[in-house]
Design a protein around this ligand. Sequence first.
Ligand code: MIC
Ligand code: SF4
Length: 648
Amino acid sequence: MGNTLAYKILETHLIDGKLNPGEEISIRIDQTLTQDSTGTMVYLQLEAMDAGMAKTELSVAYIDHNTLQTGFENADDHAFIESVAKRHGILFSKPGGGICHQLHLENFGAPGKTLLGSDSHTPTGGGLGMIAIGAGGLDVAVAMAKGFYSLTVPKVIGVHLTGALRPWVSAKDVILHVLKELSVKGGVGRIVEYSGEGVAALSVTDRATIANMGAELGATASVFPSDENTKAFLESQGRGEQYMPMAADADAAYDETLRVNLSDLEPLAAMPHSPDNVKSVSEIGPIKVDQVAIGSCTNSSYADLMKTAAILRGRRVHEEVSLVISPGSAKILSKLANNGALSSLIDAGARIIENACGPCIGMGQSPKSGAVSLRTFNRNFRGRSGTLDADVYLVSPETAAISAVVGTLTDGMAEGSERGFFIPEIKPERFERNDHFIVFSKETNSDNTPVTMGPNIKPFPRNTALADTVEGRVVLRAGDNITTDDIMPSDSRLLPYRSNIPYLSNFCFEKIDSGFAARAKDAGKGIIVGGENYGQGSSREHAALAPLWLGIKFVIAKSFARIHRSNLINSGILPLLFENHEDYDRLRAGANLVMKDARTQIRRPIVTLTDTDTGREYRLLANFSDLERRMLLAGGKINMMKETPQTK
Ligand code: MIC
Ligand code: SF4
C-alpha cells in the first residue's frame, strides 16, 4: 500500500518515534507563526526559556487580531512582540499588513514544509501542500526555541473530490458540506487529505478556504497536493522557485474515506450557532438580513473580493443591510484599488475596514440585538460577534454579496442570473512583492536587543509540581461542545488584556456562567466538568491559563478537543475522561473530589477520584503519553523543561 501525502511530509520531518496512528512522535518544524492575541504569552514564554535565536528556518510574528489601539495596552503589546521578535531573529508583520494566514500563504508558505502556529487556523497553509498545525502558544514557543514539536500521530481521512463546482458554488460550500458530513468533532485525531481529479478545479486560495475550516472539524491539519495550480499561485506571488510537485501515492491507504462530487454541491450555510449546523441556502429560505460581513482568514482572498466586486458592480447594498468588507492583505487591497474593484465595492455602499481579523473576533461591527448576520467567516459560536442574541450564518462570499444587495438570504444559483447578476472567472494575477509591512530582524545574537514591556503585561501563571493528594470542588458543570470562546471570551473589551491573566480571569466563562470566576476563587481548588469535545475552537491558551490562575486542578469531560487538551497539560491541569459516560450525570455541582496518591495514580491508564461527602468513586481515564505524564508531574511544560532541559 502506498503512502498518503500527509505521512510523506511527516516522514521527512521525523525526529523521534514511529509513524503509527496513536503513537507519539517529534517532528522538525520549518516555520512558525504567531499572532498578537496569543503572541504576547508565546513571547513571554520564549523569554522564560532563555531561548537564544529561533531554531526554525523562518518564524513570523503577525499583528492582526487587535489593531484598534483603543488604549496603550494594545500598542504596548505590539511593541513588546516587536522587540522580542527582533531579539530572536523573528520577522515582525506590522498591523495593517493583513491577516496572518492570508499573509503567510502569500509570502512564506511552501509545499512540503511544516508550519506550527499559535492560532487554530494555521492549517490554512495546507492549501499549499504543507503540514500546517495550530497549537497552544507554549508549544510554538518551544518550536522556536528547539525546532521541534511533539504530537500524537493522527489517522488520515481521505476526501476524494470529483467533478467541478457550478457557478455560485464555491470552496466555502465544499467545506460546509464536509462539516455537515463529519461534524465539529469528526476530525479530532485526524489529518484531512484531499485528492481526486476535482482538486485540479480548485485554486490555491479555494484550497486554503477548505483547509482553514478543517479547524472547525477539530482536525490536526488538512492537506492538498501541490500541482500546476500551486505553481501558478507561487508564481503569481513572485515565488515560483519554491514550487515542488507533491501528491499521495496512487494506491495510498486512508483510514477513512469521504467522496464528494463537486458538481452536486449547492450554496450552503452554517446556521446558528455551530459551523456544522449546515443546511442549503434554498432550504433555509429568504430570511431577512441585517448585516453582511465579508473577510476573515477563510474568505478574504483576491478572488473572493473580485467576485464580490463583480456582484456589487453598479448595484446598491440594500438599505436595511450593513455590509462590511475586510480584505485579507494590504497587497489585495492595493490590487483592488488599482483595478477599480474597490470603487465598485465603495460605490455600492460597502464599508471597507482594515486588513485584519476585525469582526471575526468581535473587534467591532457587533450586529444589533437579535440581528441576522451573514458572515464569510469560520465560526458562528453564540456571542462571538459581540452580540449574544444575534444569529450568525456562515456563507460563501457569493452568497453574502448577493444577499447584501437583495436584503434576504439568497441562493445565487437559483436566482442570480434571473436577477441579472454575473460572476466572471477570476484568473490568478501577478502581485508585486511588497514587504513594506514586514520588519526583518537583523539580529544574530539575542543578547543585543532589550525587551520592551508595558505596564499591562503581567507574568504568565506557573503551576507547581503535582502533589501527592489533589483535591477540588466541582465549580462548573458544562455541556457538549464547549468552546474556548465560552471558557475565555474575546472581544474588543477583553482582547487588550490578553497579556494580563489576573485581570482576564475575572471574565472566565462569563457568557455561560457569570458567577464562575468568583465561585472558583472561593473554592480555591476547583474542578470543571464538561461533555463531549470540550475546548473546541480557538487555540488560546488563556482558556487554560485563566482556569489555572483561578485554582482549577482537573477538567473531567467525555472527550476533549486536541489543542485545548494540550494547553491544559502544558499548564499542569489534569484533563481526565469519564470511563463511564453515565458518571457525567452523577457528578453533581459542588461535589468535593480527592485524588489520593496522585503522583502514582497518573502513571496508570485509569485513576480513581473519591467524593469526600458520599464516598462514591469515579473511575477516570488518564490516557497520557509518557511525555504528557512528565509534564503533569512537573506541573506543566516549562517546569518539566527546566528539570530536564534536553527533553523532547
Ligand atoms: C479565533 O479565530 O478564535 C482566534 C481568535 O483566531 C483564535 C486565537 C485567539 O484566540 O487568539 C484561534 O483561532 O486560535
Ligand atoms: Fe482572525 Fe478570525 Fe481567522 Fe481567527 S478566524 S485568525 S480571528 S480572521
